[in-house]
Every structure is written in structure tokens, then in C-alpha cells.
Design a protein around this ligand. Structure first.
Ligand SMILES: Cc1ncc(C[n+]2csc(CCOP(=O)(O)OP(=O)(O)O)c2C)c(N)n1
Ligand SMILES: [Mg+2]
Length: 603
């Protein structure tokens, strides 16, 4: 058996059954081996671009908790993987990338497609190593996978072309050989009792406790909810922690920061005690001013604890284990007024969302698209979002119920993963409905190509559940950046950089044999979603959305306001529209707050 085939059988022993990739002669030995392995397991899943293979491997890890795997040829193929691998690195996902290399005899010869792969991958991956000969495949593969799991980061295995084709042999029983095995498991991790006691004292003394969670809290959903109940707290969620606790709970205030909710903002800014669990939410300006709140934080990674808000107690540990140990030390707060206030703010926010979704758009208000989606989210859905204006609407309008999953490129915030994440989610969970949300820019960048992958694997993808829906927000604009230009730089939108060509996305989907629905009128938004959810083929919903309806932050700082005003006043083509629509959007916050206080006010 050749080394390449042996490696594939080893992957199977590690429970890796799918490898996303793209061929090239640098991995010839693997291409042959994929045909020979028993039951085609692991299965080579052909994508359209190596970057997509890496995104899909990352998404596999996100949606299963298992390592994701991708393969690419030497040189250009390896380089293409990088963005997806960085996405995995920054969101702490275990991914194994196997890459080809020139024959050993030519490495260093400035040979065609020869790249210094070790140096190339050294920043993105923890473990990077080359399989030197037929004896070293075993330990390189085993250590790569163990390292990826342990460090929650990509690991890269480089296989020179000639080594992949050698006959595999276990290491000889001699000095200098090692004999590795399959297997890794996560240990329990709990801080010591003295620290837990200090943390409990702070949390018990707090009168207004705000909990902020991230992806690190996902395995501790029940414990986080119990903690909030005991402490009479509310729960705000950083984006990657969106699916860690359901939005159906009244004291869950939703997202935080620019794309967060007013309810979260008020809770976090007015709390006297902040309890952060498994989050590295980056924007310190959306956290209380230093010294304003006491702070307890749990994070499994000691290098990332206390790096956003100065902590009083740092609990390095697993969120579930640590909360389980902490909960018996927490005292049930008898005064529930703080939590009741949070619940009220959340109710008001839900009404603001509804108001904003029903403002007139030209032609379609993007918030309406997401508001109508939210009403129809099927049980167990997996939602993926791209980076762009869709991120805001996904963050705010998609209120996830128990069992639902959602993810995106949280930390790298790269464009493109919306589509490949959705495909990967469907491969990993073919029994679940999947919805991928993306902008027209990201769809044109690479997303649209990957629909060919859907076409190719359609029977596998939709055998157990038919629902696979892609949404394109067709606003002819790189809208998120157009807004950032205004808000952060005080510049008007520059059409030369921001306006993008129109792509008839629904028509394109129909060309591939899918259902493509173009929606240009607000009254068609809900029915289009109904059709998509009932369809028995993949659906692409192309919404012609209004680029002038922008995501208003829960709190507009005076500096930001000044910059936007300056940008709009400098000849911005969307000035009047943005100003009126933005004003109306902000106004709904005010009106929803006073409604209850007026005679006959709504609830
Ligand atoms: C690879 C990459 N390039 C550029 C950016 C900067 N960027 C962030 S959002 C965005 C606009 C996305 O446009 P589109 O996909 O059309 O979504 P929209 O905001 O218009 O809804 C850009 C250019 C990025 N995040 N990633
Ligand atoms: Mg766009």
C-alpha cells in the first residue's frame, strides 16, 4: 500500500470520513488512493476552489465538533487554502490540511510550483511537518491531528509527490523511531476552589449582573441559563455564541456591539457585574468603561483571558465544568427587578425590529427579508451567514430556538464563507434544513461557483432533507463597506470602488436546475420564503434589497454621527435616502419605548 493510501486509512481510523479538495499533480498519489480506499471512505469531495475546501473543512469542525479535513496540490493549490485556514485559526477550529510538494530530490531547486510550504503555513498552523519517507507518515499524521484538536487550530501535513507514492512501512524497531497511536480526548478543566469562591463572592454581591457569552459557552448552554436564573441576570451573545443559548428565553438580549441589540447594549453598559463566558468579543468600546463594573471571566485559553475588560477573577477552564463547580456557590437573588427590566427591554427591542422591518424599502427592505425568515425558521435549521450587511440582519433578526445552529466567519470576518459553510453543514447534517445567507459581492466573488458543487452532489445533499436555501441580497453595492466608509472615515460612498455589477442570481440558479426566485416587491417576500421552505430542490432567493437601509448601531456615538453626516454631505449619491430611512429607524426605538406609557399603549 502506498503512503498516500495508508494516510487515508489512518484518517478513517481518526473518524475522518470526508476530505474537501481540489486535484493537482502534487497530490497524484492521493487522487489514485481515494479511488482505492474501501467504500470510498474517506470520500474526496471535489469543490471549485481550494479556499472553499478550507472553508468547508472549517465549517465541518464548527458544526460537528470533529476535525475538518482538506487537501490541495503543491504551490498554487496550497496558497489558495490560506484564507479558509485562517478563518479556522481565528475561530479556533481544528482542521487538517494535506498539501503536496515537489519530489524531495528537487526541493530547493527553484522547481516549478515549489513554494517554501513550511514557512507559508507557519503562521496559520500550529503543527506543520513534512512526511520525509515511508516510515514517518504515521507519526506526522497522528501528531498533526492531535495538535489540531489540542490547539483548536489548523495543522498542515506536507507530502512530497514521491513520498506519497512510496510503499508504506511502519517505522523500523531501532533507535530514533517512534510508534504513535490514534486517540485524543478533551480533559475536564476546572479552576481551583479558592478562585471559584472569589468569583462566587463577586457574582453574589452584584445587584445587576450581565452575562456575555461566546462560542466557548456552547457546550454549557444549560449551565449558562441556570446561572442567569440564579443571578437574576440577562444574557448577551457575541456573534459566534449566537447559538449557545436560545433566543426564546425572555432574558436573552441577543447580539452585542455595532450589530447588536439595544437591549444588550443597555444591559452591559448599566450592569455592576460583568460575567464573560467563552468569548473574545473584540470591541472594548461596547463593554463598560474600565472600573465601572466588577468582572469575572471564564475561558479555556489562558492566553486570551482578561484581554478585553480587566478582570477581577480569571477562571481558566472549560465553561461547562467551571459553571457546574461554581453554581452550588451562587446564591439565588431574591430581587428580580434587574432581570425584569432586561425582559422589558428585550420586548421593546423585538417591537423595534418589527417596526424597522416594515419600513418602506426601495424596492425591498433587507430587514423584511430576515424578519419573514425568522417567522419561518424550521426546527433544527443550520444558518450560515457571509460577512457583509447580511451579518447585521442575521445577528439581529434570526432568533434561534433550541437545537438550531448558526455560524459565520466570526473573527477573520472574511467574505465568501456563506455558501461553502452551508454546503458543508448539509454534508455533515443531511437530515437538517440549511440556509446560507450572502451578499451579491460575496456571491460573485466565489460563492456562485460553489453552487456547481451542490449540483454535483445533489442526491447526497438532499436525500434525507430537501431544504437547502441560498439567499443573495442583491443591492448592487458592497454595502457594509460603503457604510463603514461613511461612519468610520467620513467619506461619501465612492461608486468606483463600491458599486458592483448586477448578476441575475435567480436566473443563474435556474440554469443549474435549481429553483431561482427573484423578489422585487415587499409583498412577495413572505410567499417566496414559503416556497423555498416547501421546495424539494435547492432554492436561490434573490432579493433586490435597498442599500440605503443601513444597520443602525444600538448607540450612535457623537464622533460616528459627525463622520456619517460629513460623508453624506460630501456628495454621497445615497445621502437623502440614508438620512430619512436612518432617522425613521432610530425613531422607532424612541416610539417603542414610550408606547407603553401612553394610554392604550401596545404590549
Ligand atoms: C475577502 C474579503 N475582502 C474584503 C472584505 C471587506 N468587506 C467586508 S463586507 C464587504 C462588502 C460585502 O458586499 P456584499 O457581499 O455585496 O454584501 P453587502 O454588504 O452589500 O450586503 C467587504 C468588501 C472582507 N471582509 N473580506
Ligand atoms: Mg452587496
Amino acid at each position: 500500500m502506498q503512503v498516500a493510501e495508508w494516510i487515508l486509512t489512518r484518517l478513517k481510523e481518526w473518524d475522518i470520513h470526508r476530505v474537501y479538495g481540489y486535484p493537482g499533480d502534487g497530490i497524484n498519489a492521493f487522487l489514485g488512493a481515494f479511488a482505492r480506499v474501501e467504500d470510498k471512505d474517506p470520500f474526496f469531495t471535489q469543490v471549485r476552489h481550494e479556499e472553499m475546501a478550507a472553508f468547508m473543512a472549517c465549517a465541518h469542525a464548527k458544526f460537528t465538533g470533529e476535525i475538518g479535513c482538506c487537501i490541495a496540490t503543491s504551490g498554487p493549490g496550497a496558497i489558495h487554502l490560506l484564507n479558509g485556514l485562517y478563518d479556522a485559526k481565528l475561530d479556533h477550529q481544528p482542521v487538517l490540511a494535506i498539501v503536496g510538494q515537489q519530489k524531495r530530490q528537487s526541493v530547493g531547486a527553484h522547481y516549478q510550483q515549489e513554494i517554501d510550504l513550511t514557512t507559508l503555513f507557519k503562521d496559520v498552523a500550529g503543527f506543520v511537518s513534512t512526511v520525509m519517507d515511508e516510515h514517518s507518515a504515521r507519526h506526522v499524521i497522528d501528531r498533526a491531528i492531535k495538535s489540531a484538536y489540542e490547539e483548536q487550530r489548523p495543522a498542515v501535513v506536507i507530502v512530497p509527490e514521491d513520498v506519497g507514492e512510496m510503499d508504506y512501512a511502519d517505522p523500523p524497531r531501532e533507535h530514533g523511531s517512534v510508534f504513535t497511536s490514534v486517540g485524543w480526548n478533551r480533559p475536564h478543566a476546572v479552576p481551583d476552589e479558592t478562585l471559584l469562591r472569589q468569583a462566587a463572592d463577586i457574582l453574589n454581591a452584584g445587584e445587576k449582573v450581565a452575562i456575555l457569552i461566546g462560542a466557548g459557552a456552547r457546550n454549557a448552554s444549560r449551565e449558562v441559563i441556570e446561572t442567569a436564573d440564579v443571578l437574576g441576570a440577562g444574557i448577551a451573545k457575541a456573534l459566534l455564541g449566537k447559538d449557545a443559548v436560545p433566543d426564546t428565553l425572555p432574558f436573552v438580549t441577543g447580539g452585542i456591539g455595532l450589530l447588536g441589540t439595544e437591549a444588550s447594549h443597555k444591559m452591559v453598559m448599566n450592569c455592576d457585574t460583568l460575567f464573560m463566558i467563552g468569548t473574545s468579543f473584540p470591541y472594548a468600546e461596547w463593554l463598560p468603561a474600565e472600573g465601572k463594573a466588577k468582572c469575572v471571566e471564564i475561558d479555556i485559553d489562558g492566553s486570551l483571558i482578561g484581554v478585553r475588560y480587566p478582570n477581577d477573577v480569571s477562571l481558566v477552564g472549560d465553561a461547562k465544568d467551571t459553571l457546574k463547580a461554581l453554581l452550588p456557590m451562587l446564591e439565588h437573588k431574591s430581587d428580580r427587578s434587574w432581570q425584569e427590566h432586561i425582559i422589558e427591554e428585550r420586548k421593546i427591542w423585538d417591537r423595534v425590529l418589527e417596526d424597522r422591518a416594515h419600513q418602506k424599502g426601495d424596492p425591498v427592505n433587507p430587514e423584511l427579508v430576515f424578519w419573514e425568515l425568522n417567522k419561518r425558521l424550521p426546527d433544527n435549521v443550520i444558518i450560515t451567514s457571509d460577512s457583509g450587511s447580511a451579518t447585521n440582519w442575521y445577528a439581529r433578526h434570526c432568533q434561534l430556538r433550541e437545537g438550531m445552529r448558526g455560524s459565520l466567519s466570526g473573527t477573520l470576518a472574511t467574505m465568501v464563507p456563506g455558501v461553502p459553510y452551508a454546503i458543508s453543514a448539509k454534508f455533515a447534517h443531511p437530515d437538517r434544513p440549511v440556509i446560507g445567507l450572502t451578499g451579491d459581492g460575496a456571491f460573485q466573488m466565489l460563492g456562485m461557483n460553489e453552487l456547481l458543487t451542490v449540483k454535483r452532489y445533489l442526491p447526497q445533499l438532499t436525500a434525507k432533507n430537501k431544504t437547502l436555501v441560498f439567499v443573495v441580497l442583491a443591492n448592487d453595492d458592497l454595502n457594509q463597506v460603503s457604510m463603514e466608509q461613511r461612519a468610520l472615515s467620513g467619506d461619501p460612498k465612492n461608486p468606483d470602488t463600491q458599486t458592483i455589477p448586477y448578476l441575475p442570481a435567480a436566473e443563474y440558479a435556474r440554469l443549474l436546475g435549481f429553483e431561482g426566485i427573484k423578489v422585487e416587491r415587499p409583498e412577495d417576500v413572505g410567499p417566496a420564503w414559503d416556497r423555498a421552505m416547501a421546495a424539494d430542490l435547492p432554492v436561490l432567493l434573490e432579493f433586490r434589497t435597498d442599500p440605503q437601509i443601513v444597520a443602525l448601531p444600538p448607540h450612535v456615538k457623537p464622533t460616528m454621527f459627525k463622520k456619517v453626516a460629513k460623508g453624506l454631505a460630501s456628495g454621497d449619491e445615497d445621502a437623502t435616502g440614508i438620512a430619512t430611512k436612518g432617522f425613521k429607524g432610530k425613531l422607532s426605538e424612541v416610539t417603542e419605548h414610550v408606547k407603553d406609557k401612553l394610554p392604550g399603549g401596545s404590549q
